[in-house]
Design a protein around this ligand. Sequence first.
Ligand SMILES: NC(=O)c1ccc[n+]([C@@H]2O[C@H](COP(=O)([O-])OP(=O)(O)OC[C@H]3O[C@@H](n4cnc5c(N)ncnc54)[C@H](OP(=O)(O)O)[C@@H]3O)[C@@H](O)[C@H]2O)c1
Length: 350
Amino acid sequence: MTPLRVAVIGGSRYFGRLLVDRLRTSGAHVTLVNRGSTPAPPGVDHVRADRDDEEALRAALAGRTFDVVLDQVCSTPTQAAVARRVFAGRTARYVMTSTIEVYAPPALGSVREPVREPVREPVREPAPEPAPEPAPESAPESAPGAPHPTGPRPGQPPALRAPGPRPVPLPEDAFDPTTWPVDLTLPWHDPTFRDAHYAEGKRQAEAVFATDPPFPFVAVRSAHVLGGADFTGRLAHYVDRARAGTPILVHRDPRPSSFTHPREIADFLHFTALADFTGPVNARSHGELTVTDLGAHLTPAPVYREVSPGEDASPYSFAHYYGMSNTRAESLGYHFSHTADWLPTILDEF
Ligand SMILES: NC(=O)c1ccc[n+]([C@@H]2O[C@H](COP(=O)([O-])OP(=O)(O)OC[C@H]3O[C@@H](n4cnc5c(N)ncnc54)[C@H](OP(=O)(O)O)[C@@H]3O)[C@@H](O)[C@H]2O)c1
């Protein structure tokens, strides 16, 4: 059988490396497309190009075609527009690694916002009455918002314990990229602007690909990827503060969110490369976590402090709920782990 010809744009930093390994071990022929800051692993074709430079990218890819492109580093509509033009007629399928942040409440006023419908708010159901039973030790999916086996410990400040109304995880249609306005005139080339508008950049990138796509297109909306190798240092932030006895800054009523393991998201992207479904798909482990669920695994136990107005909270403290449903991915045949299966191991990495 001819091996699957896969191009990975990125593939050299965090779970992108695991994705390349996963593809190689499954026998795919992998072409790595990046600027060449690090050497490619053995057995992988390496195309050095800056994806922001359309002509250079086109020239570097001359004569190559792919069964699937896995785009790990598309953060803006301008990058998506370049990729659309360069890869049209060059790939039979295109998978963009997107993010849970597309469901985050848009920061109105922070970008020159076009008139738009808001991202659909999560439905809120009344909190269960009476209070739910504590979850069994080997809990399967905990009801969203219900206490989790790794939940806050007794003695934590009441403000950090209130479960609040029971949120319902968002399905993919809570954000429809085909109706989302795109503004290519914003300064997407500016890294400071791009970082400050990460969620909006991802929304507009999805919109560019999803509208009248020139190839079958999938947006994998990844949950927060929890791992020691996270180059952004988000998990390290918690470990370092717990060890130093420095307070972890949290919202008054931190909401749960969706998480996944680096190997799981790499495996799910591999699954998606081999499949033939299209459209957006959420990817997350079972078992939502709040910031205090994370902290409950830390030794020594962390100290928390509520953020003051205008102060930034710690990376995984969320003021709003926008957890994702993984029902679509599971109905397509992928089975996700439970965060309780791997969270303690992740924290052992430090
Ligand atoms: N971490 C999370 O919690 C999380 C959650 C949801 C979604 N995501 C998504 O996951 C993706 C990142 O995954 P990853 O960190 O594992 O990435 P990755 O696949 O390892 O790719 C990162 C590599 O991309 C290359 N690159 C960056 N800009 C480039 C450019 N202009 N042209 C060509 N190559 C470029 C860089 O290598 P060179 O320097 O050699 O070019 C970099 O090392 C992003 O799309 C992010 O939005 C992450």
